[in-house]
Design a protein around this ligand. Structure first.
Ligand code: SAH
Length: 219
């Protein structure tokens, strides 16, 4: 294990982390505030823990990844979350994205197909007193029909197309962010707005996410 960081080195890394976010186009003050408040170091464990403040995706349990911070920032910013919004996240992973959303929204539902990831994230949310997150394990590609409709939906795994059940669970005027494309190639991050009639699609940038997989994981 690497030696623990001194308080000065930790503060320095966190400052550089925020500087990098700004330099990569995260300009929304609420998003930056939430990313300053939620310590990514708590969400990365083991071998890679000392790289938590670098702008790179990192491995987490169950063969999954915690997204690159600048991508988390861009997705959060593009989601335009307001304080009265109810947000659905598909792909809890480490819980980092959900924790950031919890600072901005009224309530966050987050779902992962790996029970272990959902359980570990839930324990972290409790430790951080993020009491407005509801963590569930299940196949999120069908959304949460009982809690729908949602003001905002964020999918943090790549789908071949924006999943139909999720589109139908978005409120009129609502926004969904979803990476779309084959999992082993470059995908496009898409912002979908639900209009009175139909949907408006906007391509934000190229990204790379683990695939959205149907069904529960066996572990
Ligand atoms: N948002 C996470 C990163 C997500 S990685 C973070 O901040 O750390 C993608 C996650 O999506 C993985 O944990 C994977 O298990 C989950 N996933 C993939 N397909 C899924 C599905 N159909 N339903 C729910 N979760 C899914």
């Amino acid at each position: 294990m690497p030696a623990p960081l001194s308080a000065e080195e930790l503060a320095e890394r966190k400052m550089r982390f925020l500087f990098t976010l700004r330099s990569k186009g995260i300009t929304d003050a609420r998003t930056l505030g939430a990313m300053e408040r939620i310590d990514r170091g708590l969400f990365v464990r083991g071998l890679f823990a000392d790289r938590a403040y670098e702008d790179m995706p990192l491995p987490i349990a169950c063969g999954q990844t915690i997204s690159q911070p600048s991508v988390v920032g861009l997705m959060t910013q593009a989601l335009e979350v307001g304080p009265r919004d109810t947000v659905l996240e598909i792909g809890t992973g480490s819980g980092y994205q959900a924790a950031i959303l919890a600072c901005l929204a009224r309530r966050v539902y987050t779902v992962d197909r790996h029970r272990r990831l959902a359980r570990e994230a839930e324990a972290l949310f409790a430790r951080l007193h993020l009491n407005n997150i509801i963590t569930l394990s299940g196949d999120g590609s069908h959304g949460l029909p009982d809690q729908a409709p949602f003001d905002r939906i964020i999918v943090t795994a790549a789908a071949e197309d924006p999943p139909g059940p999720l589109l139908s669970q978005l409120k009129i005027g609502g926004i969904m962010i979803v990476p779309v494309g084959q999992s082993d190639t470059v995908q496009s991050l898409i912002r979908v707005r639900r209009l009175e009639q139909g949907f408006d699609y906007e391509e934000l940038r190229a990204v790379r996410f683990v695939p959205l997989v149907e069904g529960m994981a066996s572990d």
